[in-house]
Design a protein around this ligand. Structure first.
Ligand SMILES: [Zn+2]
Length: 709
């Protein structure tokens, strides 16, 4: 099914069809909220009533119900038709979808040992269920009947499209295989789903539990901004270490340390903690998992008739082939690597000038990059932060959405939330019509997976009577918690990240389509267009003046600071591009192995991959293999490249607004909303894009934006 279930959700969620309200007639327990109508405002999940013990029975019942629905379709005596086969399949599995959307979202945002246990129990059940559905010969025969006759059955274009997509899902799941091959496919799927779960759990422990940098000597805090020191003191207090300072491996905690801490040894310590995650030869080591996963993926691809896992994955993307992806990545690599090398040179100059008798090391990068930023652009991130209070940034992105689409946001206080940190907003059209709800969960905590993401608790759809069911989107970040002294002040990176996730949410909120399988669904390498285009707005002067106000004085950000920020747009882009591309290429290499090729030594494979492209020792890939959650425990295997692929689209799309002389150009905004967000699932992604832009995208705006041209 859907598009913005980013990361960590098991594969089942990508293929389960779903729809319709569960009426509760199959309830097996009167107390289980999943078995009842929710009876909450806007029908949100009743988080205040959901207990851990409710999940497993709801999963089991959900699987059973969908199994019955599938059997009914497969065993029908009536000739296969769009309605009795495709539509029925598209609408099956409502309860399973509902419980999955709550469970997997909470597992990411507020995990616990109990939830990990439940996931271990549920994952094989779901994997088995998915196999039973997608390898069901009788069901497939009927799907194929409709598919073979799709042009003679008086179907409209969107019906034909959903038939083709569902048929393709079956094909790509192995429905055409013989019985022995199907058995092997089941084994592989089951194994992969458990390995992927273990990978993610290991990483959670390695990030949030297994490493702490405890500072007990105040002198070691030299250079750090007040907000970072306060945050570290608060973390220490939480851990019963009053009077000390604790830094962790979340980016919110680690990045300011790397940027500002003068103590070079401690920078090295936290940096090494970060890049060794999953590679400590302890019970949470991920190397063996990778060695097992990669050949299984290759074997699965071969069973399905593809040379490699990358061929299999990319076949349904805009890029079409790994060759296209590799050529694209290498073109950018060749442009970016010299820029990164010149950044090393510039920073070494500073080290030498200051009399530091050493070569720039990876843990020095952020620290000297900050100095370089000050020197070259006269910009200190700490000068910006007071203007980037979280609530102001949030209101700024709401304002941008209002300017573009006329929509409004109202905070709701009477709606259940899954954690006290989460806020809920009602989103309405200019005329007051409800668009949907938006949950936002901002702050870092030990129970939360690292990074930032957007998913949904309910997808936009229509019920059997044709009434729109409003979506519930949710964005989750890992931002510093406010302390008694300071509100949560964001870095520039965190600011654009919030705009980014909000862009995904708009895609989910605006989605409009009749069929679950196609509504809002886009290829992986399109998914980051709706999100990344929003990042462009964050730094526009007229936007910044709207939201960037000093948290103490209320003063609007001065023009010269905006100017400095925008001038520094090319700052560190060599590094940013190289560390990203290195990870993308590593991902492609892992997934370009053929069946039978095994990798015993994960670290040696990674090193060979990086040596092959000439990665410089001062930079590590943005994710090393043992903590590359996107590709080993998310939906991005052979797909980490998509961010920069979509960056071509977002830079080109934003350029359209710029060229028009009005970044809120209403005509363009309406077209973008219609073709690229709301109805994007109704046609091939590139065609939808061209409907908005009038022409295919050019790579030039991206290269110019990054200073690589
Ligand atoms: Zn994204």
């Amino acid at each position: 099914m859907k598009k913005i279930l980013l990361l960590s959700l098991p594969v089942i969620l990508l293929i389960t069809a779903c729809n319709d309200k569960q009426k509760g007639e199959n309830a097996t327990s009167v107390d289980n909220p999943f078995f009842q109508t929710y009876d909450t405002p806007y029908d949100v999940p009743p988080f205040d009533k959901i207990e851990n013990e409710h999940y497993l029975p709801a999963f089991k019942e959900g699987i059973k119900l969908q199994h019955e629905e599938i059997q009914a379709i497969a065993n029908s005596e009536d000739p296969a038709s769009f309605e009795n086969t495709i539509l029925a399949f598209d609408r099956s599995g409502d309860l399973l979808t509902r419980v999955s959307q709550v469970f997997f979202n909470i597992s990411s945002a507020d995990n616990s040992d109990e939830l990990q246990e439940i996931a271990k129990e549920v994952t094989p059940l779901i994997s088995e269920h998915s196999n039973n559905m997608m390898l069901n010969a009788d069901l497939f025969k009927r799907v194929k009947d409709v598919y073979d006759n799709r042009f003679d059955a008086d179907l409209d274009e969107s019906q034909i499209r959903v038939v083709e997509k569902i048929y393709q899902d079956f094909e790509r799941s192995g429905a055409n295989l013989n019985e022995d091959e199907k058995d092997r496919m089941r084994e592989i799927n089951n194994k992969l789903s458990m390995l992927s779960l273990d990978f993610g759990n290991n990483l959670l422990a390695e990030t949030n539990k297994n490493f702490r940098l405890v500072v007990d000597n105040e002198a070691d805090l030299a250079g750090l901004p007040e907000s970072a020191i306060d945050g570290a003191a608060a973390t220490a207090a939480d851990l019963d270490m009053e009077g000390k300072w604790v830094f962790q491996l979340s980016r919110a905690s680690m990045t300011p340390f790397l940027q500002y801490a003068e103590n070079r040894d401690l920078r090295e310590k936290i940096y090494m903690g970060y890049i060794m995650r999953g590679n400590n030869d302890n019970e949470h080591d991920n190397k063996a998992i990778i060695s097992e996963m990669v050949p299984l993926r290759a074997e699965k691809a071969e069973l399905l008739g593809y040379g490699t896992h990358a061929d299999f994955v990319i076949d349904v993307n805009m890029a079409k082939t790994p060759e296209n992806v590799n050529a694209f990545l290498m073109k950018l690599w060749d442009a970016a690597l010299p820029v990164a090398k010149s950044e090393v040179y510039d920073m070494q100059q500073i080290i030498d000038r200051e009399g530091g008798d050493f070569q720039l090391a990876p843990w020095d990068w952020w620290y000297y990059a900050e100095k370089l930023r000050k020197e070259k652009y006269d910009l200190d991130e700490n000068e910006l932060k007071p203007y980037l209070k979280l609530e102001n940034v949030r209101d700024g992105m709401f304002w941008v959405a209002n300017q573009l689409y006329g929509i409004n946001f109202e905070k709701l206080d009477d709606v259940p939330v899954y954690h006290p940190d989460a806020e809920v907003f009602k989103v309405t059209e200019a005329d007051g019509t409800l668009v949907g709800l938006l949950y936002a969960d901002y702050f870092v905590r030990d129970s939360k997976r690292g990074g930032a993401w957007c998913t949904s608790f309910r997808e936009a759809t229509y019920d059997a009577d044709g009434n729109r069911v409003e979506p519930i989107s949710t964005i989750v970040m890992n931002y510093p918690k406010p302390t008694e002294e300071t509100p949560s002040l964001l870095s520039w990176d965190e600011t654009t990240t919030m705009f980014h996730e909000f862009g995904h949410a708009l895609h989910g909120l605006f989605t409009d389509g009749k069929y679950q399988r196609t509504a809002g669904v886009v290829p992986r390498d399109y998914v980051e267009l709706p999100s990344q285009i929003m990042e462009n707005f964050a730094g526009e002067p007229q936007v910044m003046k709207q939201y960037a106000k000093h948290y103490q004085t209320g003063e609007v950000i001065p023009d010269e600071l905006i100017e400095k920020l925008n001038k520094s747009g090319h700052f560190n882009q060599g590094f940013v591009t190289v560390e990203y591309l290195a990870a993308s290429i590593l991902d492609m290499d892992w997934h370009s192995l053929q069946t039978g090729e095994t990798v015993e030594d994960v670290l040696a494979f990674e090193k060979a991959s990086m040596d092959n492209i000439g990665l410089i020792p001062e930079i590590a890939p943005r994710y090393r293999s043992t903590y590359f959650q996107h590709i080993f425990s998310g939906g991005y295997s052979a797909g980490y490249y998509v961010y920069i692929w979509a960056a071509v689209l977002d830079a080109d799309a934003f350029n359209a607004f710029k060229e028009s002389g009005d970044i809120f150009n209403p005509e363009l905004a309406a077209k973008f909303r219609k073709h690229c967000l709301a109805e994007v699932g109704e046609g091939p992604a590139m065609e939808q894009y061209i409907k908005f832009r009038g022409q295919a995208p050019s790579e030039d705006p991206l290269l110019e934006r990054r200073g690589l041209k």
